[in-house]
Design a protein around this ligand. Structure first.
Ligand code: 9WN
Length: 459
């Protein structure tokens, strides 16, 4: 975007300046914390979205954001879900570095601090890298972007290969997760049935920190949900993060449609990057096969009853039938028939989701208000998340659904200009909830502001 192109003093300029200020305040010198109080560390998929926003301010800084995260990539290719900030106030976040590192260094983890968690998150990074390079204009930025793509490409390739081997030994094209935190949609009702089967054993007592940073405990997961989260962390630590052992024994093992669809889109971006930097034909062939495999795997997750795509619980050997926004995942991966695309777009705008009559703004809530697990103030159980709206907007635009996409962008920008850069919003009242100056919300705002229609054909 050219911020300078915004009319001085206009609402759009004020919003852009506000978003830039959030990113600046959360800038820790080369990397960006997810938010000041609730999340004082670097998160993996947040970093992807943050880089997309930063690109509109400074292409080199955006590139650094992604490269910085990949400095902590594990030797098996995994990109950790959190890189812990050694300078964060002690005990500001739980489970923090001391909790994860108490298992001793995991065999594949970077041997020296800063420590990381042993989980991962949805692989949005290649999409972000591609967008960062597309924003670059002018000789200087373009040469920064070229160098960046050459540097990040092999790291992205190793990351995707890890997901398509260790997390998909069956070759289904679908990514398995070990913890709801790996989905990025932590306490979504998507995971209720699978989590109900997780029996919590004896473990040391712990103190939650998240409740100190929000006004109402209803905004965060319950005590029982948290016990199960921490029990799963214990199980991963006990297995020393041995992927084969976890696949055989860990009590939570689910194929995640949202992560799988993001991986397909990320592989498309990776293929473009591979072509741009002249990567070997064998690698390009490998990435192409991952795209086909992912689209095939996702097509098998369609559910006639809900009209959505469902996660699959490998432990219980059954699909997880819920009505959440994750069920629209194949909009992100693309390759849908025109009929299926039409039916998904119609469902997204229907009373089951963004067209629900009680909504303050017509934006997709994280869980359908008609689903039994819906709770309007609770984290991923109902609130509207701007970052998810961005993903849907980006996907609709790529699928040629320009009108539906533009509607999302306009309404989402209205919401943020009225209520600020919150992590999420109560869908019926519009109240901002969670962290109120969340980096990725500011970042997607910058990208939306730069994307005035008519849309150019950006990947
Ligand atoms: C656990 C940082 C992260 C996001 C996740 C969101 C929330 C963490 C938490 O915050 O998760 O990873 O402590 O609740 O669910 O999507 O990446 O913004």
């Amino acid at each position: 975007m050219s911020l300078s192109a915004e009319k001085p003093g206009s609402a759009a300029e004020d919003l852009a300046l506000g978003a830039a200020a959030v990113l600046r305040d959360n800038d820790m010198g080369g990397w960006t914390r997810a938010s000041e109080d609730l999340y004082p560390h670097q998160w993996s998929w947040d970093t992807g979205f943050i880089a997309i926003g930063l690109a509109h301010l400074n292409v080199g800084r955006a590139a650094r954001e992604l490269l910085g995260l990949f400095e902590h990539q594990w030797s098996n290719g995994k990109v950790p879900h959190i890189v812990f900030n050694p300078a964060a106030p002690p005990h500001s976040y739980f489970p923090g570095a001391e909790h994860w590192s108490s298992a001793g260094a995991f065999p594949n983890a970077p041997p020296t601090p800063p420590y990381t968690s042993a989980l991962c998150q949805p692989p949005i990074h290649a999409v972000a890298a591609r967008l960062v390079a597309q924003v670059a204009t002018g000789d200087e930025d373009e040469s920064v972007a070229q160098k960046f793509l050459r540097e990040i490409y092999p790291k992205l390739l190793r990351w995707h290969r890890y997901l398509l081997t260790d997390r998909d030994p069956e070759g289904s094209g679908l990514v398995a997760i070990y913890h709801p935190w790996e989905s990025g949609t932590d306490n979504s009702p998507r995971w209720d049935a699978a989590m109900a089967n997780v029996e919590v054993g004896a473990m040391p007592s712990y103190e939650r920190r998240d409740l100190q940073h929000v006004e109402d405990p209803e905004e965060r997961p319950t005590g029982l949900e948290y016990d199960r989260y921490i029990w799963l962390v214990e199980s991963i630590k006990n297995a020393r993060c041995d992927e084969k052992l976890l696949y055989e024994t860990h009590p939570f093992l689910v194929k995640d449609v949202l992560a799988s669809a993001i991986l397909v889109a990320a592989n498309e971006a990776l293929l473009e990057i591979a072509t741009m930097i002249g990567a070997p034909a064998s690698e390009r062939g490998e990435v192409r096969s991952w795209i086909e495999q992912g689209q095939r795997g996702l097509s098998g997750c369609y559910d006639e009853v809900t009209g959505l795509y469902l996660d699959f619980d490998l432990r219980a050997n059954q699909p997880l039938r819920t009505r959440t926004v994750a069920g629209f995942a194949p909009l992100i991966s693309g390759g849908l028939s025109p009929e299926r695309l039409r039916s998904l777009v119609a469902l997204l705008g229907s009373e089951t989701f963004a067209g629900h009559p009680k909504l303050r703004k017509s934006l997709p809530p994280s869980t359908s208000p008609s689903a039994p697990g819906f709770r309007p103030r609770s984290y991923w159980r109902g609130p509207v998340w701007p970052v998810i709206t961005w993903l849907l907007w980006w996907s609709l635009r790529r699928s040629g659904e320009a009108a539906a996409a533009e509607n999302l962008r306009r309404v989402a920008l209205d919401q943020i200009s009225e209520e600020g850069f919150a992590e999420y919003f109560e869908p019926f009242t519009g109240e901002p909830l969670g962290s109120l100056r969340q980096s990725w919300t500011a970042a997607v705002t910058l990208d939306w502001l730069a994307a005035e229609p008519p849309y150019s054909k950006r990947a």
